[in-house]
Design a binder for this molecule. Structure first.
Ligand code: SF4
Length: 712
């Protein structure tokens, strides 16, 4: 801890981890960041920082990748930027000539600021013209995106953080903010303690959030759809609905009512493992509380039928008229700091500005603003799964990986890593070695948070500025510089000659005009002096928008929200149920997820001693009863085996998990030279089964076997 008098300068910025979007000051001494403190004036975090936020600056001070490298005779050797970029451009030209734009794929990250994600989208879509652009945001929030679009007509969280302070009832569905979004949890818990708000957590595990709620509904894995249909049935049957709101602002009610006719509390109880009293109580509180907020995260997004689960959550708010009002909203908790920005500027699967791929007017608009022929824009966008399948088929020959680590984070690692081996791989990251870097033919060292300026949109649509505090180390360059340099060397000088991130933001603003995600009224000065602004913000005098749909008008042709009737419930993996033998072979249900101290694939957090000391290796949670049966004690080595592969981790016997379930954190990779026997990456176990609408992988539900293992 540094004393204020030892700091030369405090620079106001935004936390670089999660999409809570906390504001903080970076303390500089002798041109180094030596401390951080929360910004007391921030409407988001009011001075508070969580463990990860407090120590993140230390990731800047550890050994970094500082020089470009290329693979020669199997070894990575250091080269100049010119040499590295010459190889990149030569290979890109060769692929574009032989395969066309579809031979090239870019996979980026929600950790990059809006400006860099915009630049990637413009290069990939507008200039190269490839449909093969996706980002790791596909893995965390794409089902929310597709769910919101289907229900409301557009993406974007309708509510804001203030709703957490004033809701009377908070339904926490498949999320654990007490550990994953701590500064939001502070607001939720304070509401419970001071205002008496009632919290129900729906989660198969007894997480910290569940334990500190008024009630924990330990739902069976895979039964989200059944639970939400059961609540809908009760609301309609008991007439706990807002008939006026339904009549004026929605369509599809009759079909919805028909689809839940059979979903009585008794049927729901059977499917979810909850008691009818628990289900009835939850429905009653939802209907009879004046203000209701439903908070959800990966327990929804990474589950089976995840888009439909999002639709069912939206339905609950729509039929009770609890949307667009203070304290009442569905609120999705986004993972990465720039994940929302990724959705907005088309840095992943979307077309820039929430425009639609299939709308000719939208395509024309983008082409005009980018000054490119409209024919060059691809007709559609491919997900990371489709891109990897195209690598397998030999259609994609070059894979440019920016600020993400698919060799840990993508499912079915055995298959995924095989595909990485097949392509010419450009890896752009801040650290080397890192798992995906193992597959690099060219490695480009990048600057990270604290070393570059840019904006991030948080989970309440608030756009905040993050200022550069120091220069990147050695020869590392900002991702924006690298993208501009590659674009220019490909001959696209005109579209990419920005003087810096602020110029990119000003260009993006022009594309946002008239779009739902309108940022025309923002600029860097306003963002800084006003502590961030929530979109839409159409002009300089506009204060920003706290809540969407306050007028009950939804951006669909009819102006009404659509109530989605979900007919089918594929309760768990049908492919498994079809095969009773495999049920005997794999009797446990595997759930993967996060832990408090680590972030994503630990590229940063494993380098921060204060965090790594708390959790430095993978583990498997197993229930006390199952542990007794298998004669396993906490600390024993166990093998977790699925049809996709196996890992070897230590057991953690706990009462937090139901009998028949296993929980494994997904943060841990295998690349640790001293501990190579630790094959512990959870994604050796998961499969590339995806939600068919959002193409988001289902990380929360796999079948597995547990075996006690000895010392190696
Ligand atoms: Fe950073 Fe998220 Fe922690 Fe806030 S809650 S300090 S944004 S990691």
């Amino acid at each position: 801890m540094e004393f204020p008098e030892q700091i030369d300068q405090w620079i106001l910025s935004t936390c670089g981890y999660c999409a809570v979007g906390c504001r903080l000051y970076l303390g500089i001494r002798n041109s180094q960041i030596v401390s951080v403190r929360g910004d007391k004036n921030s409407p988001v975090n009011k001075g508070r920082l969580c463990l990860k936020g407090r120590y993140q600056w230390k990731a800047l001070t550890v050994e970094r990748a500082t020089v470009p490298m290329v693979r020669r005779n199997g070894e990575m050797v250091k080269v100049s930027w010119d040499e590295a970029l010459d190889i990149v451009i030569e290979k890109m030209r060769e692929v574009l000539l032989n395969e066309g734009p579809e031979g090239l794929a870019i996979y980026s990250s929600g950790l990059l600021p809006l400006e860099e994600q915009y630049a990637i989208g413009k290069l990939a879509r507008g200039y190269i013209g490839t449909p093969n652009l996706d980002a790791n945001t596909r893995l965390c929030m794409s089902s929310t995106v597709s769910g919101f679009i289907r229900s409301f007509g557009q993406d974007g969280p309708p509510g804001c953080y203030e709703d957490l302070d004033i809701a009377d009832f908070l339904l926490l569905f498949g999320c654990n903010p007490a550990e994953m979004h701590p500064n939001l949890w502070f607001r939720i818990f304070r509401n419970k303690e001071r205002r008496g708000a009632y919290l129900i957590t729906v989660d198969p595990r007894a997480t910290v959030t569940a334990r500190q709620s008024n009630a924990h509904l330990a739902i069976l894995p895979g039964s989200n759809v059944a639970f939400l249909k059961g609540l809908t049935h009760i609301l309609i049957r008991e007439k706990w609905i807002d008939e006026g709101f339904i009549a004026e602002h929605t369509e599809g009610f009759d079909k919805l009512a028909e689809s839940v006719q059979e979903c009585t509390p008794e049927v729901t109880s059977q499917k979810t493992g909850l008691s009818t009293i628990e289900i009835m109580d939850c429905a009653k509180r939802f209907a009879q509380s004046a203000a209701v907020t439903t908070i959800f995260a990966q327990g929804v997004n990474q589950s089976n039928q995840s888009t439909e689960v999002v639709n069912l959550i939206c339905n609950l708010h729509l039929i009770t008229g609890k949307i667009g009002k203070t304290g009442s909203t569905p609120l999705s908790l986004t993972g990465q700091v720039g994940a929302m920005s990724n959705r907005e500027v088309g840095g992943g699967g979307s077309l820039v500005g929430y425009r639609r791929w299939d709308n000719p007017e939208h395509r024309k608009e983008v082409a005009q603003l980018w000054n490119i022929p409209v024919e060059r824009l691809p007709q559609f966008s491919k997900s990371i799964l489709q891109i990897f399948k195209d690598i397998e088929l030999g259609k994609v020959k070059l894979f440019w990986n920016i600020a993400t680590n698919p060799a840990v984070s993508l499912p079915h690692q055995e298959w995924t890593r095989k595909q990485l081996d097949k392509v010419f791989c450009i890896v752009q990251d801040v650290y080397y070695p890192m798992e995906t870097g193992t597959y690099a033919d060219v490695f480009l060292p990048a600057a990270q948070w604290g070393e570059k300026t840019g904006t991030f949109t948080n989970s309440e649509r608030r756009v905040s500025l993050a200022r550069k505090a120091l220069d990147p180390p050695g020869d590392a360059k900002t991702d924006l510089w690298i993208i501009q340099e590659i674009a220019k060397r490909l001959g696209f000088d005109d579209g990419f000659n920005w003087s810096g991130p602020e110029a990119v933001f000003e260009e993006w603003k022009r594309l946002s005009r008239g779009c739902p995600v309108n940022m025309s009224g923002m600029n860097y000065q306003r963002l800084e002096s006003e502590q961030g602004i929530q979109w839409p913000c159409p002009d300089l005098s506009h204060p920003g928008t706290s809540r969407l749909y306050e007028d009950g008008v939804f951006p669909r042709k009819s102006g009404r929200a659509l109530l989605w009737a979900i007919e089918e419930e594929s309760l768990d993996c049908p492919e498994h149920l079809r095969n009773p033998e495999s049920r005997v072979k794999y009797p446990f249900i595997l759930n993967t997820g996060r832990i408090r101290e680590q972030f994503h694939s630990r590229t940063k957090t494993k380098r921060i001693a204060e965090l790594n000391l708390l959790s430095s290796e993978g583990f498997a949670e197993i229930s006390e009863r199952d542990a007794i049966k298998l004669e396993i004690r906490s600390g024993d080595w166990v093998r977790i085996i699925t049809e996709n592969g196996w890992i070897r981790v230590r057991a953690k016997v706990t009462s937090d998990i139901a009998q028949g379930s296993i929980f494994v954190p997904f943060h841990f990779g295998d690349l640790d030279p001293k501990e190579r026997h630790l094959k512990q990456a959870a994604n050796h176990l998961t499969s590339f089964r995806v939600d068919p609408i959002s193409m988001q992988p289902r990380y929360k539900l796999e079948y597995c076997r547990v075996e006690k293992d000895g010392e190696w």
